[in-house]
Design a protein around this ligand. Structure first.
Ligand SMILES: Nc1ncnc2c1ncn2[C@@H]1O[C@H](COP(=O)(O)OP(=O)(O)O)[C@@H](O)[C@H]1O
Ligand SMILES: O=P(O)(O)OC[C@H]1O[C@](O)(COP(=O)(O)O)[C@@H](O)[C@@H]1O
Length: 312
């Protein structure tokens, strides 16, 4: 069983527009709303890959009810703590003319100390019945920046493997508590290390440096250039490059990559195979027009074409 934590759920709205201009009125041609937030996208991809999954976090108000209704339609098991605040929306403006995507991410509702306590009690119990835990995304207002450090510590206390995919202070504090794997993208890695990463050699060096700060494995995702990975214990590092694909929607690709690594950890794959699989899963997510969706039939085709380079 894989437990995916989605503290800051969201209705992800993909707005398809033509010639989007800042400062002008734009009429939206098509709206695609999905039950989202990073942890939920991870769960959806894991489920498509045939893994047993349960999602937890907070939901509230009409948006929270919409999310739960959508998850029921998908037969996705969930246990959300219900809060007084209203679950947020995140907007992805897809300009069909320029092919440029622009994301607007709301901060999320207020969570009270009592609601957080209720979640921590549920999480502590659920961790015991899970093999792998994924912790993804930002946290709603009212939750301190050490939240992921606390959640990682609880999971490690039960000797469970835990993936942390967040950013800023949440990541900085969370990585020091020693998660199994972190997955910053290039700009998140640059922000963490306070330096620009110009080429693959520098990115490999960065993954090694980040792995020294707490996690066993550091993966830095690089969009169409794939991802680099370094492990602290095995002293090995890899770059996996996916083939060129027909991109449809890249929002949620990072979440699909986390799902790929969670499935790989569950199946005890070596790092090189895990990276190859996770890159193929995330590239297959870029093929799907649905935010957080995946064209699962394409995973093995893509995996055969992923090019791996090994570094010392
Ligand atoms: N255009 C693309 N072509 C192929 N694979 C992609 C593309 N964009 C993203 N991916 C895959 O998705 C992964 C995560 O994407 P990335 O944009 O780096 O992360 P995030 O969504 O977290 O910012 C990449 O490492 C890559 O494997
Ligand atoms: O929790 P955060 O960091 O605010 O991010 C929320 C957004 O991230 C997403 O999960 C997409 O993330 P990725 O593109 O990084 O995979 C959206 O579905 C959601 O709107």
């Amino acid at each position: 069983m894989i437990l995916t934590v989605n503290l800051n759920a969201s209705i992800d709205k993909a707005y398809k527009v033509e010639n989007f201009k800042i400062g002008a009125v734009t009429r939206v041609k098509e709206v695609i709303p999905t039950a989202g937030g990073k942890g939920l996208n991870v769960a959806r991809v894991l489920s498509a890959l045939g893994e047993n999954v349960n999602v937890t976090g907070f939901t509230g108000g009409f948006s929270g009810a919409f999310i739960e209704q959508e998850l029921k339609k998908e037969n996705m098991p969930f246990n959300f703590i219900h809060i007084n605040g209203e679950t947020r929306s995140c907007i992805n403006i897809i300009d069909l003319s320029s092919k440029i995507h622009t994301e607007l991410l709301e901060p999320g509702p207020d969570v009270t100390a009592q609601e957080l306590d209720e979640f921590l009690k549920f999480y502590t119990k659920a961790v015991k019945n899970s093999d792998i835990i994924t912790l993804s995304g930002s946290a709603p207002k009212g939750i301190k920046e050490d939240i992921y450090a606390r959640l990682v510590t609880i999971a490690k206390g039960e000797h469970k493997k835990v993936i942390l995919d967040t950013s800023g202070k949440y990541l900085e504090m969370g990585l020091a508590s020693g998660p199994t794997l972190i997955k910053p993208n290039k700009s998140e890695a640059e922000a963490l290390l306070g330096r620009q990463l110009k080429d693959i050699e520098e990115l490999i060096g960065a993954a090694k440096d980040l792995a020294k700060l707490g996690p066993e494995i550091c993966v830095i995702s690089l969009g169409e250039k794939g991802a680099v990975a370094a492990s602290r214990s095995l002293n090995e590092a890899y770059w996996a490059l996916p083939p060129k694909i027909q991109v449809s929607n890249t929002v949620g690709c990072g979440d699909a990559m986390v799902a790929g690594f969670a499935a790989a950890l569950y199946n005890n794959l070596p790092l090189e195979d895990s990276l190859k699989f996770a890159v193929a899963v995330s590239a297959a997510a870029a093929l799907s027009p649905i935010t957080g969706g995946i064209v699962v039939e394409e995973v093995s085709n893509i995996e055969e074409k992923v090019k791996i380079t090994r570094f010392k």
